[in-house]
Write a protein that binds this ligand. Structure first.
Ligand SMILES: [Zn+2]
Ligand SMILES: [Zn+2]
Length: 271
């Protein structure tokens, strides 16, 4: 298991969740590296969306994985005296056996792996995987088209997928553990305040702790939407149980490398 805490105890200027030109990132990896160095970062982990078995324009294709590795190597040679660069992936959990634990991902020479859920099965067709992570307009449309307007199904299935991913293992860090809360709470205001919802998050948290995984606090949506994943109200729980936490910007743009990170670190430190 990758030891993130060794690094996070030393410095706040790290980011272990960074997208690339090989997935849906909006700049070349080199631009992220030079921006990170300019901002004084000492550790930068690249995490393109992994190759995936379902149709997805956001994910890297298998044929480009070697190019991605080669680019990490090139950047290490060029900038390795100024910053530690890590070769990782944000791996989608799709279904049993089709996620971070799959042989394909286990055999890739990755420094670490993030496990994330962006897809859940359609309500009337378990083999049809639907992206629930996109923009709200898209989500709203999919609620009708794929989920029979059943927001409870979507929330419960998201957390069931997260639980299954944690049980199956094969990764080091849990990506944006309650991300569904953002779209779900826009669709149905207050759903993320309901006791049953809360219990799903807490059960997942306990499962993550049982499996000794690192939890990321994902700050991607803080600036625009005032929301962290996990939600701010769970920071106290992370602290109380001394959870191994990493604060990541999940950035797709070099300029947003540190976006929301210092705010999250500050809020964590005053608890
Ligand atoms: Zn993600
Ligand atoms: Zn990401």
């Amino acid at each position: 298991m990758f030891d993130f805490q060794r690094i996070t105890h030393e410095t706040d200027l790290y980011n272990f969740h960074t997208h690339t030109q090989y997935c849906d990132g909006h700049a070349a990896m080199e631009e992220f590296v030079t921006e990170a160095i300019a901002q004084g970062f000492t550790h930068l982990g690249f995490t393109p969306h992994s190759p995936i078995s379902v149709e997805s324009p956001c994910n890297m294709v298998q044929e480009q994985v070697q190019q991605y590795f080669d680019e990490v190597e090139r950047l290490r040679r060029a900038y390795g005296d100024r910053i530690h660069i890590y070769n990782a992936m944000e791996i989608d959990y799709v279904s049993v056996g089709d996620g971070p634990a799959a042989d394909y991902f286990q055999q890739l020479p990755l420094d670490y792996r993030i496990g994330s859920v962006h897809f859940i099965p359609a309500i009337d067709n378990p083999s049809e995987m639907v992206d629930i992570d996109g923009k709200f307009q898209q989500f709203k449309h999919r609620m009708v088209k794929h989920f029979g307007d059943d927001i409870e199904y979507v929330v419960k299935t998201f957390f069931a997928q997260m639980m299954a991913m944690v049980d199956e293992g094969g990764f080091d860090m849990v990506g944006h553990m309650d991300k569904i809360g953002f779209n779900a709470s826009q669709y149905c205001e207050g759903i993320d305040e309901e006791p049953w919802y809360d219990k799903l998050v807490i059960d997942l948290f306990e499962n993550i702790m049982d499996h000794h995984l690192t939890i990321e606090i994902n700050t991607k949506a803080w600036l625009q939407r005032n929301r962290f994943y996990p939600n701010l109200k769970y920071f106290g729980m992370l602290k109380r149980f001394n959870a191994p936490v990493v604060v990541n910007s999940d950035t797709h743009y070099p300029t947003l490398l540190n976006s929301g990170r210092l705010e999250a670190l500050k809020l964590l430190s005053v608890l």
